[in-house]
Design a protein around this ligand. Structure first.
Ligand SMILES: CC(C)(COP(=O)(O)OP(=O)(O)OC[C@H]1O[C@@H](n2cnc3c(N)ncnc32)[C@H](O)[C@@H]1OP(=O)(O)O)[C@@H](O)C(=O)NCCC(=O)NCCS
Length: 164
């Protein structure tokens, strides 16, 4: 298996993201845990394409052996609570792609792009109990900096990474 590649998501990738993430296990630790409809991912991909155009960074599609496996990348933390104004590193793969090191490899590549663009600092917001995601953050060199309570009542740990 070759290392996963990143690409700015194409409009067609919205359908891949919807199919991969229409899974309660994938969404278990994200927001309220509810799956999103196809239109949500159409909008999400459109926003990533605009972000990439403006900044060179976005939630990129992760390609594993040429197949869309999910996303990994850098995007503004867009909620009114938590680390407002921060850039967040995020990752989400379809279940059949878990456990191969793909999220870590893809996220590491995205962090490298952020570093190349002079981003000074990244956060990742990870719900309590999402041990696989916390393991990815730690493997990237991120460390917990503070705890938050989300509007849905979840405990969420803010991980931080200073880039040099
Ligand atoms: C989080 C996620 C992206 C990880 O993807 P992945 O490709 O399996 O991640 P990696 O293989 O790169 O690394 C996962 C690490 O977590 C560890 N891990 C996996 N499940 C674990 C668990 N239940 N408890 C503790 N560690 C766990 C793995 O052993 C691995 O660490 P290691 O390399 O030291 O052995 C994937 O599980 C996912 O998409 N989850 C649903 C979406 C999500 O929660 N995204 C993050 C939101 S903050």
């Amino acid at each position: 298996m070759s290392a996963p590649a990143l690409r700015v998501p194409t409009a067609a990738d919205a359908d891949r993201w919807f199919e991969l993430f229409d899974d309660v296990e994938v969404m278990r630790f994200i927001g309220s845990g509810e799956v999103r409809d196809r239109e949500y991912y159409t909008g999400l991909v459109a926003r990533q394409r605009e972000l990439a155009e403006a900044t060179g960074l976005c939630l990129f599609s992760v390609l594993a052996d040429g197949e869309v496996a999910g996303f990994a990348g850098i995007h503004p933390w867009s909620h009114p609570w938590g680390p407002t104004g921060s850039l967040e590193a995020g990752w989400r793969l379809g279940r059949r792609f878990w456990g191969r090191g793909s999220a870590t490899a893809a996220a590491r590549a995205a962090v490298g792009l952020a570093r190349d663009r002079g981003v000074p600092r990244l956060v990742s917001m990870i719900a309590g109990g999402n041990d696989a995601s916390a393991a990815v953050a730690r493997k990237l060199g991120m460390a917990p900096v503070r705890s938050h309570r989300s509007p849905e009542g979840l405990d969420v740990e803010e991980f931080g990474l200073t880039l040099d």
